[in-house]
Design a protein around this ligand. Structure first.
Ligand code: CU
Length: 348
């Protein structure tokens, strides 16, 4: 994080050429916010984002629980073992998002985006009964092209002080949804089985998103943005991750034309998994569809930078760190530690 910030500052020294005196770092929202801006007729933009999220420890309805607490919880998916016996210790998730935007008219901007996800998890397996001693640790990992999104952004209203836009998106999960991995069972054997939902890189579902964004100028150097989005499953297979609702509000301060800093609050609500996969039965919390979804409030700290790196128009760089303020996840889940997003955008 510190190195990335340093990199941004160093790159900032390479100041922007005057080819487009009107573009400013604050023109785009913090990099973790998407669908915040639209383009003028005939403009193209390419973008790439890389995010990393890390989770450790377990929480039950938002409260910290120990490994011993988890081992006492019932295993509702099979008769044996009676209690949960595999406990997640750490999880990481990386996502690469590549997108292209094009505006056929001043009112409409089209966007296509493809996401690639990789996940890894470390887990500890305990004896089923008696002392519940640790048998051993193991890790699983998955990666695949996750999904593709096609969006239309509609400019609704724009004046000197404020701009409104709407977003309509269709997302199709492209990934396999029953990736297998080697699991250390409470009997002490390693078995290949379908990994729980949390480790799958997609669910095969299609989703429809509807969003509204408003960007408002408070003073010449201060921008206030707000966005509401709802993402609903419209077509699913045997199971699908739940519908999502999110609200985010941010303040962006223009340090200079090439550099801005931001602070943001993000509230997310996700429903539990719809349906289930009957092959996912390991005595681990992630195998239970009740242990998904919930409400989360996160604080974002970010920076945007305009630089002159490659030929052509300005290169835009963005960095944002998201830290959970409150995580009221449903039932038993891992707690999020942080998420970091780095992005690059260029109009062509
Ligand atoms: Cu764009």
């Amino acid at each position: 994080m510190r190195y990335l910030l340093l990199l941004l500052i160093i790159l900032g020294q390479k100041t922007v050429a005057n080819d487009k005196a009107t573009s400013r770092a604050v023109d785009h929202a913090p990099i973790g916010v998407m669908f915040d801006h639209y383009h003028k007729k005939g403009e193209w933009m390419i973008s790439a984002r890389q995010s990393h999220m890390e989770m450790t420890n377990n929480i039950f309805n938002g409260n910290a629980v120990s490994v011993a607490d988890v081992l006492e919880m019932p295993n509702p998916l099979s008769i044996q073992p009676a209690n949960l016996s595999i406990v997640p210790a750490k999880m990481g998730m990386q996502m690469t998002m590549v997108g292209v935007m094009f505006a056929p008219t001043n009112k409409i901007t089209l966007m296509a985006m493809i996401n690639y996800i990789s996940k890894d998890m470390n887990l500890n397996t305990h004896q089923e009964i008696m002392s519940r001693d640790l048998i051993g640790s193991f890790s699983t990992s998955t990666s695949d092209v996750s999904d593709m999104t096609i969006s239309t952004l509609i400019k609704l209203k724009e004046d000197d002080k404020s701009r409104w836009s709407g977003e309509i998106s269709l997302q199709k999960s492209l990934s396999q949804k029953d990736i297998e991995g080697n699991v250390l069972t409470p009997m002490g054997q390693t078995m290949e089985m379908v990994l729980p939902y949390a480790m799958q890189t997609g669910d095969g579902a299609s989703r429809f998103t509807f969003g509204i964004t408003n960007i408002r100028k408070i003073t010449d150097n201060l921008i206030w943005g707000n966005q509401v989005r709802t993402k609903a499953v419209i077509d699913e297979d045997a199971w699908a991750f739940g519908n999502q609702y999110s609200v985010t509000t941010w303040l962006q301060y223009e340090v200079s034309r090439q550099f801005s800093v931001s602070t943001r609050l993000k509230f997310d609500h996700e429903n539990k998994i719809l349906g289930r996969n009957l092959s996912v039965v390991a005595p681990v919390q992630t195998a239970n569809t009740e242990n998904y979804g919930g409400k989360e409030l996160q604080l974002g700290l970010g920076a945007n930078l305009l630089a002159k790196l490659l030929h052509g128009k300005n290169d835009r760089l963005g960095l944002e760190l998201l830290i959970p303020l409150q995580q009221n996840k449903n039932n038993l889940q891992m707690a999020t530690d942080y998420k970091i997003i780095f992005g690059y955008q260029k109009a062509i």
